[in-house]
Design a protein. Structure first.
Length: 404
């Protein structure tokens, strides 16, 4: 008789987005005359930039021609894309990363879920709380998280690093020493980040503790402040302790196109064992490459036209972020984020829980956001709005909230 991986049975239901969907649908059916504005989803809405569309068209044509047709992509990704990444995302910022330290993938969700595979099941993980749920859930599936306390919504073997307004959303070094530290900066959901100096102290801490940092920089393109690092490799010593995950989803609108990459420096070792070699082996065995046409589209992100067009796209979303921030502040809310990330994190008013505020906003303003408690226990009492809607809808939503 076969047995299943019991760890999957331990996963508490991920009701966040399905509960939101159900509540919104029920409200819409009961109130068909109301126009609901959705500022809940973390998905982009602007179309792909023209430079990317042109690159896609060209690549599609190449695939229709025997001379230029491409089959399986190289394991690590095409050289043209990895070189563009090295030049633009690293060398331009003073970081020396080699092309064979870049692993092109189909996005940061897969990479952030898969990366735990190369670590021992005995390793203790530390996560910011609240945070993108994939880090904890993928470790639950692997059997690394112990038992779940439904009351506290916490796993016995996970080290939680609360990020709240009390500590300025800056994770503190935990009392117990972790082996694997997940840092998502700028953070989803809080939209906050830390300074380069603070990141340097995490790098120093990890090197000293013999820990590895999984650095998820999916929102790097939204950083507007000079004292914030765009890559963890801007910090001294990061190559011996950090893996960096990047996505083309939020900087270039690839959520439906799918492209990302992971950096595993060759200097990152556990004794004599190279993590770069392990990840190369894993990638080669379990992944058959991002599509050629998508990698050509990724290359266009780094062209002069691509860069200019995407700068405008990011600015479009950040104009929304500023409108949300200012609108909420005017209305008396306590607001965080929205400066280096497309997320705005607000303190729920009058001691409401995250879900109470969700209902209140849906019913009174017909605006949908995301309850903070869905991202971890320390998210209770907070609420996330995203800047990924249209400007018109964003302004209209804020107008409604202001009138409450
Ligand atoms: C922090 C973080 N990492 C990764 C992802 C997923 O990125 P991708 O679309 O590249 O899989 C998301 C998506 O919302 C995210 O918020």
């Amino acid at each position: 008789m076969f047995q299943v991986n019991d760890n999957y049975q331990k996963l508490p239901g991920s009701y966040l987005f399905s509960t939101i969907g159900k509540k919104v649908n029920a409200y819409a059916q009961a109130n068909p005359d109301r126009q609901i504005i959705r500022l809940g989803i973390g998905d982009v809405t602007q179309p792909l930039a023209p430079a990317i569309i042109q690159a896609l068209h060209r690549a599609v044509d190449e695939m229709g021609n025997a001379e230029t047709f491409r089959g399986y992509a190289p394991d690590l990704g095409y050289e043209f894309l990895r070189s563009a990444i090295v030049e633009n995302d690293y060398r331009a910022r003073g970081c020396e990363i080699a092309t064979d330290e870049i692993f092109v993938s189909d996005g940061a969700k897969s990479d952030s879920g898969n990366i735990q595979e190369i670590f021992s099941l005995d390793n203790r993980i530390a996560v910011c709380d609240p945070v993108y749920p994939v880090y904890v859930d993928s470790n639950v599936m692997a059997g690394r998280t112990g038992t779940y306390d439904a009351q506290k919504e916490m796993w016995s073997d996970v080290i939680y690093m609360p990020c709240t307004m009390e500590n300025g959303f800056v994770p503190e070094f935990p009392k117990e020493t972790p082996d694997v530290i997940y840092l998502c900066l700028p953070n989803n959901p809080t939209g906050t980040t830390i300074t380069k100096e603070q990141l340097q102290s995490w790098v120093d801490y990890a090197n000293k503790a013999g820990a590895v940092i999984i650095y998820d920089a999916a929102y790097e393109a939204y950083i507007s402040e000079d004292h914030v690092a765009h890559s963890i490799y801007e910090c001294e010593g990061a190559k011996t302790c950090a893996i960096e995950l990047k996505s083309f989803s939020k900087n270039a609108g690839f959520t439906g196109v799918r492209l990302g990459y992971t950096v595993v420096p060759k200097e990152l070792k556990c004794g004599e064992v190279s993590l770069n070699a392990m990840w190369a082996r894993r990638h080669g065995t379990k992944f058959n490459g991002a599509p050629y046409i998508v990698q050509r589209a990724g290359e266009a992100v780094y062209s002069a036209e691509g860069k200019a067009q995407l700068k405008e796209q990011v600015a479009y979303y950040m104009r929304n972020a500023a409108a949300i921030r200012e609108g909420l502040e005017d209305a008396g809310y306590t607001v965080f984020g929205g400066v280096n990330a497309p997320y705005i994190w607000l303190k729920t008013p009058k001691g409401m829980t995250s879900w109470e505020f969700f209902d209140y906003l849906l019913e009174q303003a017909n605006v949908v956001g995301t309850p903070g408690s869905g991202f971890g226990p320390s998210g209770e009492g907070y609420f996330r709005l995203t800047a990924f809607g249209s400007y018109e809808n964003t302004v209209a939503a804020l107008e409604r909230i202001r009138k409450l």
